[in-house]
Design a protein around this ligand. Sequence first.
Ligand code: 5GP
Ligand code: ZN
Length: 121
Amino acid sequence: MSDRGAPVADCLFCRIVAGEIPSDRVHEDDQVIAFRDIAPRAPTHILVIPRAHIASAAELTEADGPLLGRLFGAAAQVAREQGIADDGYRLVTNVGRWGGQTVDHLHLHLMGGRPFDWPPG
Ligand code: 5GP
Ligand code: ZN
C-alpha cells in the first residue's frame, strides 16, 4: 500500500496537480489547488482539491483538520474572488457511487452564479 497522500499514477486529479493534464487554475498554494470543472453545472463551477491524494471524505480523520481548514478557506477565498460570495454558493463533496463521486480524489465542488435547490436531485 502506498503512503497516504502520495501521488497515485492513474488518478486524474493527481495528474492535474502534477501538471500532466492541463487545467484552468484559479488558485494554488502549497497544499490546495482550485480549477474550473470541465463540464460546469453552474455559471461558476470550480473544483477545490488537496494536492495530497485522499480518496474521498470517507477517508478523513481528525488529523486532517488543518488541511480541511485550508481547503474550505481556499474555497471561501475563491468564492470572493469570483464574485459569488455575496449571493451565496454551494459547496459539495460527493462520496461513493450513490453519492455521485466519479473521481476518487477528494474535491469540493464550489458552485455559484445561480440559486440551487434543496435537497439536490
Ligand atoms: P465527482 O463526480 O467525482 O463529484 O466530480 C468530478 C468532477 O470532475 C465532475 O464534475 C467532472 O466534470 C470533473 N472532471 C472530470 N474530468 C475532468 C478534467 O479532466 N478536468 C476538469 N477540469 N474537470 C474534470
Ligand atoms: Zn489523486
